[in-house]
Ligand binder design. Structure first.
Ligand code: PRP
Length: 216
């Protein structure tokens, strides 16, 4: 790797619903992100000026790429950062990907004293119920979590809610909010120092764009 700026700065970004908001944020920050939103299957996309290289990842994998130094910067949901501990700098709250981590059940369901909870957030769910003295059994599932209470797999779920549509369309209701979530710009500590000049330009432009959006 070159510290002289010849190699593009590598940014791990999440595929899926956050990506369009991220591209808009880059545009507001005056940062060229090339064909980041192109509708194809390429997992590597460069900015038009060749300074940035984006790696498209499953959202849960972004911190791993950055922690191991395979990317310099990354955009990760706070849910992922809270669920597992990573050695990363958390640089900027980006104000995109806003959602909530909640407990939800079937509408009007009576939750037993020792409930079974379906979730992919094993640590956060265990900590949430543990802090309330509730002996919850955590059942790990990777997706379609909302199906769990409908089919008897679990009494409740811990999952993300953005618009609320998935809960409504599956006759579920939110019972508690565990955390407010949004996307965070993270950096590999060693690489961030090594490539500080290049990285800081991107970081400060993003920070300014987030702050000006907050004032608007
Ligand atoms: C997430 C989350 C919920 C849904 C909530 O799933 O796990 O299922 O979005 O969004 P809403 O409140 O706007 O309906 P996602 O669509 O990312 O897919 P997944 O089930 O594969 O995790």
């Amino acid at each position: 790797m070159s510290a002289g700026g010849r190699d593009p700065l590598r940014i791990a970004v999440p595929k899926g619903r956050v990506l369009s908001g991220l591209a808009r944020l880059f545009a507001r920050a005056g940062i060229d992100c090339g064909d980041l939103l192109a509708d194809d299957r390429r997992l590597v996309r460069d900015s038009g000026d060749g300074r940035l290289r984006f790696y498209l990842l499953k959202p849960d994998d972004v911190p791993t790429w950055v922690e191991y130094g395979a990317a310099d910067l990354g955009v990760s949901g706070r849910d992922v950062l809270m669920e597992r501990r990573y050695r990363l700098y958390q640089l900027v709250e980006l104000g995109i990907g806003r959602c909530r981590l909640v407990v939800a059940t079937r509408k009007g369901a009576v939750v037993p004293d020792a409930p079974r909870i379906a979730t992919k957030y094993r640590e956060l769910a265990a900590a949430h119920f543990g802090a309330r003295g509730i002996q919850a059994e955590i059942v790990y599932v990777q997706g379609s979590v909302e199906l769990a209470p409908l089919t008897g797999l679990a009494d409740a779920i811990v999952d993300l809610v953005e618009t609320g549509t998935t809960l409504v369309e599956n006759d579920l209701e939110e019972r508690e909010t565990i955390a407010e979530i949004s996307s965070v710009l993270v950096a590999n500590p060693a690489l961030y120092k090594l490539r500080l000049a290049e990285a800081r330009g991107v970081v400060e432009r993003l920070r300014a764009a987030v702050e000006s959006a907050g004032e608007a």
